[in-house]
Each structure stands twice: as C-alpha cells, then as structure tokens.
Design a protein around this ligand. Sequence first.
Ligand code: SF4
Length: 729
Amino acid sequence: MRRRLPDGRAAPCTTPFEKGGDAARGLGARFPPRPPFPKEERQVDSLCPYCGVGCQITYRVRDNAIVTAEGRDGPANHGRLCVKGRYGYDYARHPQRLQKPLMRKPGVAKSVDNTLADFREASWMEALDFAADGLKRILQRDGKQALAGFGSAKGSNEEAYLFQKLVRTGFGSNNVDHCTRLCHASSVAALLEGIGSGAVSNPVADVEHADVIVVIGANPTVNHPVAATWMKNAVKRGATLIVMDPRRTELARHARYALQFKPDSDVALLNAMAHVIITEGLTNDAFIDERTEGFADFRENALRVTPEAAAAVCGIDAETIRAVARTYAQARAAMIFWGMGVSQHTHGTDNARCLIALALMTGQIGRPGTGLHPLRGQNNVQGASDAGLIPMMLPDYGRVADDAVRSRFEKLWGVQLDPKPGLTVVEILDAAHRGEIRGMYVMGENPAMSDPDLAHTRAGLASLEHLVVQDLFLTETAALADVVLPASSFAEKTGSFTNTDRTVQIGRAAIAPPGEARQDLWILQELARRLGLDWNYAGSQEVFEEMRGAMPSIAGISWARLEKEGAVTYPCVDAADAGQPVIFTERFPTASGRGRFVPAQFRPAAEVPDADFPFVLITGRVLEHWHTGAMTRRSAVLDALEPEAHVDMHPADLAELNCVAGDFVVLETRRGKVSARARADAGLARGTLFMPFCYVEAAANLLTNPALDPFGKIPEFKYCAARITCSVR
Ligand code: SF4
C-alpha cells in the first residue's frame, strides 16, 4: 500500500534512486546507478497527444516502442513539456491494447462492466461488414435521423474532416458532434455571436506583450501546464496577474489579485466590473464607436449591477471589484484567458458574453498582448471543430442551414446535404433513450465516462440497436458496443493537428500499431465504402488538400509548408500569408464587421444546494491524468503518481464530517453515488467539493447534472448539489 501524506495524497518517492536524479548528481555511491535509457534507433519529430497547448516533441524510438520524449523548440513550448508530455507515451504499448476487431457474443446483455470475455475476435472483413450492415439496416428502415456519430478531438484534422463527411454524406444527417460540446461550446456560441469567430484572438505566447493577464475559471497549472509557465514568466517580467476562480489554484500564488468568488456567480462579478469601467469613465469610447454595436443596451444592464450589489452575490468585496476593473481597463495591453470554470454552466454563454464585453468596452482586443483566449482542452479540439465535427456547422463554421454554404459543399462532395442542424452530444443520447436514435458510430470518444449523469448516458448507449466503437482499448463506451474496431494511437499516425493558438502542426507516426490494429483513416474509408461512398484517399496529405480547398482559413497552408515550417497559424489565406497569430486588428468577421455587446443577467445554476444536498460539487482534472483517463491511467509513471480517485474539500468541512484525509467518503447527488478517498484542500471554499472525472472506479460523472446551457448546449459540470458522508478508514 502506498504511503500517504497527511492531506491524503500519495507520498512522493523518497530514496535518491527513486527520485531518479541523484545518481546522476554524484550521490549514486550508496545506491545502484540508474540504468541508462536504451539507445534509440531513430528519432521522430511529433507532438504531445494531450492538451491544447500543442507542445512539439521528439520521440526516441527503439524496437517499435517510444523510450523517451523530449520537448522541441515549437512556438507553443520552446522545449518545455509537462509531466504528461514527458512521460505519458507508454499507453500505446499497454497490454490491454486491442489488437483484433471484436464482436459481441450472442445473448450477452450490454453493460459497462462487459469484458473481453463478452466479445469474440473477428476478421476485419467480418467486423467491418457487420458494422456497416447494422448502420445501413437502420438507415433504410428508420431513416437518416436514426443514426448519429461522435468523432474525436484527439484525432487528426483529417480524421475529423472525414468523420463528419461520412456522417453528412453517408448517414445523410448532421447528427455529428464531439467533446467540444462538453468543454467550450458555450464560449464558441458567445464568440461567434459577439465577434464572429469561435477561435482565440491571440496566442498564449502573447502574455509576453501583456501588462495585465486575467485568468478566470481556469487552472492552467493543471490543465495547460506549459501555458501556465509562460504566464508565470510574464509575472516575473512585471505583468500583473489577476486570477478569478472559486478554487484558489496554484497559479493564484503568482497573482496580485486572487478573487475566490462564489461558484456560479461569474455574471454578477463581471457585470460589476463593467459597471465600474463605465461609471469611472474607463471605457475606450473611440473603439466602442468605431468597432462595436449594441453598447447602449449593455451599458444600461451593467449600470444596474453595482459592485456592492454584486458583492452580496459573488462574495468579493466592492473595493476589490473596483480595483480589478480599473487594473484591467487601464492596462496598456490586457489579455483574458478562461477555461471550463466559465463555460461548463447553464449560463456559460452568458459568462463568456461578459468577458467579450469587457474586452470590447476597453478596446483590449486586436493588438499584441490583448484579446480573448478560451484555453482549448484536447490537443485537437480546435481543429476538429474547424473541420466541421459539430452538428450545426460545416467546415470553417458555415452554418448547415445557410443555402449558399450548403450548396458549396454539395458541389464539392457531390451529394445533397441535410439543411437541418443535427443533435448535440447530450441530445443524441436523450434521443437514444427515446428510441429515436437507433445506431451510432463512435470514434475515439468515451461518452460512458465523459458525459453528465452517466447512468442515463450508459443506459442510452446500451439501448442502441447497433453501436460501432473505434478505439484503442475496451473503454467504458466500447464495453457497450456491438462491434469494436481496434484503432491507431497518436504515436502511430501521421496527421495535422491545430492547437489552442490556431497553429497547425504535424504529428508524425513514430511506431507501428500493434497486432491487427489499423489506422483510423483506413477504418473510416472502409466503413465509408461499405456505406456506398466512393472514397479512396491515399493518406492524410490528400485529405488535407481537400480540406484546404473547402476551408478558406487554411487555404495558404500546404502540407509541404507544414513540413518545412513546422507550424503555421491560421487564418492563412494564401502561400504568401505568413499566418496571423493576432486577429481582429481592423474588423471583426461579423456581418457588420463590428463586435457585438450582448447583455447578460445573473441567474443561478440549475440545481442549487439545499438541506438534503448542502454541498456544491465541482468536477475537473488533475495534472497527471487526461480527460477520462483512457490513456494516462494506462501510462505507468502518470498512474503511479496519481493512482486513486479522490474528493477534495476544505479541512474544516473534513473535520466537521469527523473524517481525516485519506478516509473513504461517500459522495452523493440526485443522480448517483460514489466512494473515494478524501483530501484536504484549503484552496476550496467551505461547502464546495472537487472531484476529478478520470477515475472509472469512482466516476464523477455519475453525479453531474445534465442540465444544458440553452445556447451552447453544454452541461453544467461545474456545479451541482451534493452531500458527503464519512465511510470507512
Ligand atoms: Fe502536452 Fe499540454 Fe503538457 Fe504540453 S502542456 S506537454 S501539450 S499536456
């Protein structure tokens, strides 16, 4: 049993040999020297497969396995890596890796607890025919709206593009979505409405030019660790950091202002900041006049929210709100970063609307060191969204309901497209429950872990007549499948990926897939052909060429250019365009060319604490694990560092429960119950609990609330009512 610290965390290794560095520093006399890493046969320049920062990596490879990973001098990382990038590559060789197609044995009921014993191995021919026949049967019998597909934000741009094309041209509907719905859908809805583009305005590296940096509802030290290092460097250089979060995060130690506001009260706090900026004459009137519209209504709304009134809601005193508002508005250049603490609410779109308004009213956008940056989660969530892996938009964000946009793609793809926007992630599973969606194709996503209210989600997946899952492991979603297609891991494929900065880079195959696992592009095309599509792409380059033709934003990025330059930031309209890291310099890509203010009023979360469920549950990530843990929990170093599910809470709440850190607690909401070890975290306010969602043995999403933001259709992962009891020691 691993030794534990008083706060419940696993204790660090303590011997010099275990620490790994002391032998090299000359302390090895008393300990055996660490064996040298096996010498590599070759080096492959690629990328990190985890977060949206998009760090460039060199993999050293021997015997078809990666032996080390080192940071390269990419634009996002300049040689830096976090623990996931440096050590999280060995999942690709985990013994649980699927190496043959699997088909469910006759008579085996669908359950998330199904194991390999509930499936039989099949040939690729049999599995692909079975997969396609099931989808075709439903299509012919129940029509195009009875099928849906979830693509992946971890796959390449080319895979995302082909996946959405398959659903739109093979299934015939727009029922295609991916995990962007669960992370920044509300941010994108607000950005498209306010400034005409869902992407970031400035790269992370622009913190170098900022004198004020606002980080709200984000924990970059954990979720975007290399980005956090640039923010800390900027503070050392003299920039003022303002951190606003219901949890006091590690980054707050570097902040001049750390506002630990009450969960769910973002709109009140941000409207009060706008109130101060207006009433103290700190608005940039020239910018408002020349480049925006709708300020009068926004102003009227903000004037109703005094700092004193907001203080009662958000728990931050009025003078601090004033000081922070002045600091942001008076900065020469100020950037705002936000994460899922802003977006994953039923008022996530309103939260983002307020942030956009702050930038517009002060003119803090369109210049180096300014702007709006929703930190994108997965390594390719930006690229997958750009490629059209969303139900209401075709590649490059043309709306499916727009006749002109649709007819352009109908010409390109040679088929008639459905003008009706498709269903989103949570809506698709609700429709499965109702029996309206009968068949699904899921590539590299794990909704049976990542979606809210998992009991409902899993029942929806289990109720499907035909579920095709393409993945590396028998994930919780694959366990519910009728047929499982073993796919390629990140290090086994070559493709382009787009990071949070809008920078397109190439990930290169370093190793070959094991056994009979196949390239995702190959699997996609085999299924497409069986659905009657005449596809014959030779590889990623050929798909990327088609994408360039369809997407003006990347028209200037050829594959050869990516190979030569290593990274190109879109928009990049032609070969002479160097790429545009800072956008909106002269106009916004809205119909009028102006940024639009949208007023927002404070409204509470969908489910607030009461006598039965008196705590607030917030879910999120830990540094060592990524998303549902499918990869990092199969990575030896990362899982050794964070091996166990835990619930974090304020030490005083822990004491009140008559618990100590390390005890098991039972956490319960109206949707489910889990048990995990308690940890003490004085950074959490009393009455709030934090739980990571990567642990299947205590799946936090069994507890979360599926209530949706009405605009972005994103669930409220960051707030629900919970109760907690001490279990056993
Ligand atoms: Fe990978 Fe993100 Fe860490 Fe960079 S910061 S190494 S991209 S997980």
